[in-house]
Ligand binder design. Structure first.
Ligand SMILES: Cc1ncc(COP(=O)(O)O)c(C=O)c1O
Length: 394
């Protein structure tokens, strides 16, 4: 029997990326992944052939309309909703500010929002801003010592005033995955909306909004082999009750389009369509997940003793995003050593996970090493040997 690493055709996958035709190894996908060439080709083609707005009676406009429709269908298929439940924006942060403000139009002072200690600040700051502007109360759910979400704390903090439970499905800093179905269930039992930040999760695992019971879910294709773009799912039973912030002539249907932040970025949507085709052509997450987990396990198995890992020590309950420090070196020195070894990583302090940063307790900065399906076992081994030699004077 071939192993999970041998079974995945990584060499063929990598041939589709010009950027991967070099020795330098990109272990930085958590900050934005590499993009297969066909995505760039689709973007260029859209700029050449579909540079128009919607609604004109000639070919370029019809092509722009077709790109948008395909993108809505593709996102719906990827996330598990319907095309009408999809909306697009420049990135997750912009969409989250817009959608949270829209949802809050029906909220009253004193209404409560729960966020979590695993969240990226793009999932927290919009609610804090609203709390300031509108008198809402934001409470933060803690984590257990092993970094998993503390569901008891979540239950304690839910109240009849809770309107939204917002949480990151996977931590962009340390890779810890949250039991999204359980959190959505608890949110609904309290009468609150379940609001999922799937930006980090979407590069690693399949998503089904219906299976977990999400009301709102956001992701960013530039984290999963696509262009800079934000994608949101908003359940139709929820968005049909919202009063969106929109230009008045924008029609009320489809529901998702009236939530968009302005004219659509058709070229990015064309790139996103190529990304969906790409993912399907390599066998989707069914093919990706076992390979990525095997890479992650190989990394964990080989970690040298002088390296500290923040987060779960096995692949159980995590994606292969690893935050590390090395004894005797600060994060910046460690990152510089890895870059000298041809490994694309950098040192960060909070990784935008402000609450988590306080709890992890490393001094200054730590280095994030992320593996996705285009990385190889050889790159994992190179990361491990660079970490092994990452000692003062090493
Ligand atoms: C978990 C998570 N949420 C939200 C964001 C913000 O996404 P965007 O860059 O699309 O605004 C990021 C970006 O790194 C992230 O990792």
């Amino acid at each position: 029997m071939p192993t999970a690493i041998e079974s995945f055709p990584v060499a063929a996958v990598r041939r589709r990326y010009s950027s991967l035709q070099q020795e330098f190894a990109f272990l930085d996908a958590p900050g934005g992944s590499q993009v297969p060439d066909e995505v760039g080709t689709a973007i260029a083609e859209a700029l050449r052939e579909a540079a128009a707005n919607l609604g004109a009676g000639y070919a370029s406009s019809r092509r722009a309309g077709a790109i948008l429709e395909r993108a809505e269908q593709g996102a719906a298929a990827l996330l598990g909703g319907t095309p009408e439940e999809i909306t697009f924006g420049p990135n997750m942060t912009t969409l989250n500010f817009a959608l949270s403000r829209t949802a809050a139009r029906a909220m009253q002072p004193g209404d409560e929002i729960l966020t979590t200690a695993l969240d990226h600040d793009a999932g927290v700051a919009p609610w804090l801003a609203l709390a300031e502007d509108r008198g809402l109360v934001v409470k933060h759910v803690g984590i257990r010592p092993d970094t998993t979400l503390d569901l008891d704390d979540l239950e304690r903090k839910l109240s009849p005033r809770t309107r939204v439970v917002a949480f990151a499905w996977a931590s962009n800093a340390i890779g810890t995955v949250t039991d999204a179905a359980r959190v959505c269930e608890l949110a609904h039992a309290a009468g609150a909306l379940a609001w999922v930040d799937a930006v980090h999760y979407a590069a690693h695992e399949p998503i089904d909004v219906r299976a977990i019971g999400a009301d709102v879910l956001l992701c960013s294709p530039y984290k999963f082999f696509g262009p800079h773009l934000g994608v949101a799912f908003v359940a139709s039973e929820v968005s049909s009750t919202w009063r969106p912030y929109k230009a008045r002539p924008t029609p009320d249907r489809p529901l998702g389009r009236r939530l968009a932040t302005g004219t659509f970025p058709f070229e990015a949507l064309a790139g996103f369509n190529a990304t969906c085709d790409y993912l399907q052509s390599i066998g989707g997450f069914e093919a990706i997940v076992p390979y990525e987990r095997a890479l992650g396990q190989r990394f964990l198995d080989g970690l040298p003793d002088h390296v500290t890992l923040y987060g779960l020590p096995t692949m159980e309950g995590r994606v292969p995003t690893f935050l590390v420090t090395a004894a005797g070196l600060d994060g910046t020195e460690l990152a510089a050593h890895l870059v000298e070894s041809g490994l694309g990583v950098w040192a960060g302090d909070t990784w935008y996970a402000l609450d988590l940063y306080q709890r992890l307790g490393y001094a200054g900065t730590a280095v994030r090493i992320g593996f996705v399906h285009y990385n190889t076992a050889d790159e994992v081994d190179r990361a491990l040997s660079a970490l092994a030699s990452a000692t003062r004077g090493g």
